[in-house]
Design a protein around this ligand. Structure first.
Ligand SMILES: [Cu+2]
Length: 449
């Protein structure tokens, strides 16, 4: 049986097939590998699709061999940097954490070799991809595990389009905690509409790396302290960019061990257009400002970049926008420490009680960090310290992007930045403020672009 496509239906003289029959066809028994071997010609970038961008990541290279797109994944140990100054000994693919994005086109045949250069057996599961059972990559269930030093071949015809994932399906708890995962994007053979100008893809994940150590701890179940977008934490995350008026698509997969992530975009309403189960029918789409990405799923959102500025894009779980946060600590909010610091310093030089007014002050203090760790809170913004880290990045929309890469900070039109109210303004509007002193206006930070 050939892959389902309008072209096949028409050319096989089945043009009279009704929608009902079409569904029956799609739900027919999964073809075997041999029966599924009549693919469409391979799709080419720039001709059949516009490639996606994986911020802080890369695409997996391929070559054409007799009409088949051939990929090669190498599972191996990788020293990975989450943020400059903070790295860990992880497991990844082809020298990267996470693995490079596999990009292909509906209807084509792919052959993916997997070489195991780890010290442990592994497999690769193609999450969401409809394929013959024996290609599903579940260790013990659909194949024996790939032993260290072995190379296995996976081969199937892509019978759908959408956003999927790949990951180890052997000793999942350990191997996924160490980073063995990546994204898969399958472009439609005949798109319903013009592809968006910007097409980004993200993998969400979470790690436990005790400050001062270099090995993610796979035994952690709840207290993750490194939350990542494409395996990077803010301020190490690359910004997204768009020009005004462009259509933007963001595909988000989540293979965190234990958490779902509500990803929130500032400044926009967007529409959720697809899951890893397929395209959401137009009648079922709804406007959103936050998309919940449960673990083990992908969600795709789209919007038009019509608002200029630097817009935050982040997980809305507040502990997921902290870096290396420790949670087993006493609550010091509101504590009056008196001469405690002075007394403790006799025993521990440099000691400081922190957090009496929350964590924000720590972003400003510039305290020394333990070796191989990062401050809990963000980085410098154009006005102040940004008190968010972890699963946080910035969408930068500009009238015109002169060159590739980060365009710098947004230059706001005059008078369009919130700033301290002047005494004249307060008087004009009848606002009385007891016990504080209004400063004169113009307290906004003048910043360069
Ligand atoms: Cu989260």
């Amino acid at each position: 049986m050939a892959p389902l496509s309008r072209r096949n239906l028409l050319s096989s003289g089945a043009g009279l097939v009704t929608g009902h029959a079409l569904l029956a066809h799609a739900n027919a028994a999964r073809p075997t590998l041999a029966a599924d071997a009549a693919p469409l010609p391979p799709g080419l970038p720039g001709v059949d699709y516009r490639p996606v961008v994986t911020p802080d990541g890369a695409a997996l290279e391929w070559q054409l061999v007799e009409g088949v797109k051939v990929f090669h994944l190498v599972a191996e140990p990788v020293t990975h940097e989450f943020v400059p100054g903070f790295a860990a000994e992880c497991w990844g693919y082809n020298g990267r954490v996470h693995g490079p994005t596999i990009e292909a086109v509906e209807g084509e045949r792919v052959r993916i070799y997997v070489t195991n250069k780890l010290g442990a057996p592994t497999t690769v599961h193609w999450h969401g991809v409809l394929l013959p059972n024996g290609m599903d990559g579940v260790g013990g269930l659909t194949q024996r595990a790939i032993r260290p030093g072995e190379t296995f071949r996976y081969e199937f015809t892509l019978r759908q389009h959408g956003t999927f994932m790949y990951h180890s399906h052997h000793d999942e708890m350990t191997q996924m905690a160490l980073g063995l995962m990546g994204m898969i994007v399958v472009h439609p053979r005949t798109p319903e509409s013009a592809p968006p100008e910007r097409d980004y893809v993200y993998m969400l994940s979470e790690w436990k790396v005790v400050p001062g150590t270099r090995r993610p701890d796979p035994n952690e179940m709840t207290d993750f302290n490194v939350l990542t977008l494409n395996a990077r934490s803010f301020p190490g995350t690359e910004a997204l960019v768009a020009q005004r008026g462009e259509r933007v698509r963001i595909r988000i997969g989540n293979l965190s061990a234990m958490d779902h992530h509500p990803i929130h975009l500032h400044g926009y309403n967007f529409v959720e257009t697809a899951t890893d189960g397929g395209v959401i029918p137009a009648s079922a789409r709804r406007p959103e400002t936050t998309v919940l990405v449960p673990v083990g799923t992908t969600r795709t959102i789209e919007f038009t970049a019509d608002a200029l500025g630097d817009w935050a894009l982040h997980c809305h779980m507040t502990h997921h926008v902290m870096n290396q946060m420790g949670h087993g600590i006493p609550n010091t909010v509101g504590v009056e420490v008196g001469d405690l610091d002075e007394r403790v310093r006799k025993l521990l030089p440099g000691y400081m009680t922190m957090g009496q007014q929350g964590m924000g002050e720590m972003a400003e203090m510039g305290m020394a960090n333990p070796k191989n760790s990062i401050p809990m809170l963000g980085g410098r913004g154009p006005f102040d310290g940004i008190t968010m880290g972890g699963m946080f990045t910035i969408l930068k929309v500009r009238e015109r992007l002169e060159r590739a890469g980060d365009p710098g900070w947004y230059e706001h039109p005059a008078g369009e930045v919130a700033t301290n109210a002047s005494a004249e303004e307060l008087t004009r509007d009848g606002i009385t403020v007891e016990g504080t002193r209004p400063t004169t206006g113009g307290g906004g930070h003048a910043h360069g672009g």
